[in-house]
Design a protein around this ligand. Structure first.
Ligand SMILES: Nc1ncnc2c1ncn2[C@@H]1O[C@H](COP(=O)(O)OP(=O)(O)O)[C@@H](O)[C@H]1O
Ligand SMILES: [Mg+2]
Length: 346
């Protein structure tokens, strides 16, 4: 059963029939009780897609189904959807319990019952004892929890997040994303979650949809997108892969400069590209790509190395902290299979 289903949905803003399309014929499903992230660079159509799920924008063409029902022409009030925005926009003059109970009150729930349910939702997000505070008397993380409780208290069939963590510092961002994920799993919520941060997407998702210029570049599990990117764009976006031109041979192997690789998936002979993650390089193998260390940086749990090679500059991440290399060191680089993907070449 699908919580959300898009069938060939397009969106063009404005009335100009030849104007640019923000979303170009996308189809996907978000199964009930699962979390899907919509991931991509700024301007690729993530917010537009989310707003069409919410009913805040209507598609130019195509259909949207929720719980098996065609909701394409329904407004936001008729869809049982809650949305949490980038700026979580609490009412500044209302205290915590009033903020959370507001939506219930608006839909006719009596004050006492609204208070009870608001308190329960606040307990669900781990915020107890702050009922009387104003938003200005809370930390960023606490405000975030209030906003989350305010969305949850309405018991929506679908919960939407638009870059909910972008205003938080790195530590809080990690903490909140884990909480959102565990809440989603505990309450079996159906969630669509927009982010431009690939590590956030990898951490919280059942499914990731990568968008590029209004189309879906690829969708799948975090493992599929990280381990088996199907294009240079996805490989580059999911974790800093460097992309090198290479040649697929008739025997199925791929030559990358002096290196010979066995791709995990068959490719047609001819020009291809090889996307290599920085942690995929092995340093100092017997034969490999000659490399001279140009610069290094110590990042606590790993080293970042910049090598000069016949293939051009190569960026390497090494967790071998016991043998740091000095600038000028001459060595070799080789590749295993993990973190190496062959994608169609241009
Ligand atoms: N209200 C609007 N009117 C006209 N163009 C818009 C509007 N909202 C977004 N766009 C355009 O649609 C494209 C996708 O925007 P958006 O969905 O906000 O992307 P994202 O959330 O991925 O950054 C962009 O080119 C943007 O400029
Ligand atoms: Mg956006």
């Amino acid at each position: 059963m699908n919580g959300i289903e898009f069938r060939n949905v397009t969106k063009r803003y404005g009335t100009d029939k030849n104007g640019p399309m923000a979303v170009k014929g996308i189809s996907f499903e978000v199964p009930v009780g699962t979390l899907t992230t919509i991931l991509g660079p700024s301007g690729c159509g993530k917010t537009t897609t989310l707003r069409m799920i919410a009913g805040l924008e209507s598609p130019t063409s195509g259909s949207i189904f929720m719980g098996g029902r065609d909701v394409t022409t329904l407004g936001p009030g008729e869809r049982n959807v809650s949305m949490m925005f980038q700026s979580y926009a609490l009412f500044p003059h209302m205290n915590v319990i009033e903020n959370v109970g507001y939506g219930l009150r608006m839909s006719g729930v009596k004050k006492d019952e609204a208070t009870v349910r608001a308190r329960e939702a606040l307990r669900g997000v781990g915020l107890v004892g702050f009922d009387e505070r104003l938003p200005s008397e809370l930390s960023g993380g606490q405000q975030q929890r209030v906003a989350l409780a305010r969305a949850l208290v309405l018991e929506p069939a679908v919960l939407l997040f638009d870059e909910p963590l972008s205003n938080l510092d790195a530590r809080l961002r990690r903490e909140m994303r884990e909480e959102i994920r565990s809440l989603q799993q505990r309450l079996k919520l159906t969630v669509a979650y927009v982010t431009h941060d690939q590590s956030e997407a990898l951490a919280v998702s059942d499914q990731i949809i990568v968008m590029d210029h209004g189309v879906i570049a690829q969708r799948g599990t975090p493992e599929q997108l990280y381990g088996r990117p199907e294009s240079e764009f996805v490989a580059g976006f999911m974790g800093e892969a460097m992309v090198f031109p290479a040649v697929a041979q008739a025997d199925g192997s791929v030559t990358l400069g002096p290196l010979r690789l066995q791709p995990r998936y068959a490719v047609a002979p001819g020009t291809v590209k090889v996307a290599v993650r920085p942690e995929a390089w092995d340093i100092g193998a017997l034969d490999g790509l000659p490399a001279t260390l140009r610069k290094s940086a110590y990042l606590g749990s790993f080293y970042e190395y910049g090598f000069d090679t016949p293939l051009g500059p190569v960026f390497v991440v090494s967790t071998d902290l016991s043998r740091p290399l000095a600038a000028g060191t001459q060595t070799t680089l080789s590749l295993g299979t993990h973190g190496v993907s062959v994608v169609p070449g241009a």
